[in-house]
Design a protein around this ligand. Structure first.
Ligand code: FES
Length: 150
């Protein structure tokens, strides 16, 4: 009996092929380019430069911890009042593989649901596998209108 025939009868040949394929697909390599084949999270693209996002503060982002996701940016109210410093805005795409991050208000941290990367309110990496900070955007507030420009 030839080796290939022997492995085939054991089903090891197919297993070896599957392992190679699966391991390549499940890489935690820290790729800069988001893949679109993730499971366990929604993959998004970073916002285009020059995108302007607004929010009416009389009806949205009214409570600490409230979030608004728009055009690849997540805006969070982190303090009371309508000063620009009462908000933070970062890219919603995790820098690991592009999954949409969530804001955990009780911990004041952004958490990626796919592999568990954690980022501070300013987007700095607190825990990997991500190694690159989320891009933080400048927030401006005029009267009751918040504007974020990417
Ligand atoms: S996509 Fe892997 S930690 Fe976010």
């Amino acid at each position: 009996m030839e080796r290939e025939e022997f492995l085939s009868k054991l089903g090891i040949g197919a297993l070896a092929v599957c392992m190679g394929t699966c391991m390549a697909a499940c890489s935690k390599s820290g790729d800069a380019t988001p893949s679109n084949n993730n499971t366990g999270g929604t993959t998004v693209n970073p916002p285009a430069t020059g995108t302007s996002i607004t929010a009416d503060l009389s009806s949205s982002l009214t409570a600490i911890g409230d979030t608004k996701v728009s055009n690849g940016v997540i805006i969070v109210r982190i303090a009371a009042g309508n000063a620009a410093s009462s908000f933070t805005a970062v890219q919603v795409a995790c820098t690991h593989e592009g999954t949409a991050i969530n804001y955990n208000n009780s911990q004041s941290l952004f958490i990626c649901p796919l592999h568990g990367s954690i980022f501070s309110k300013t987007g700095a990496v607190v825990q990997g596998p991500a190694t690159t900070a989320l891009k933080q955007y400048t927030v401006a507030v005029s009267n009751n209108t918040l504007t974020v420009t990417t």
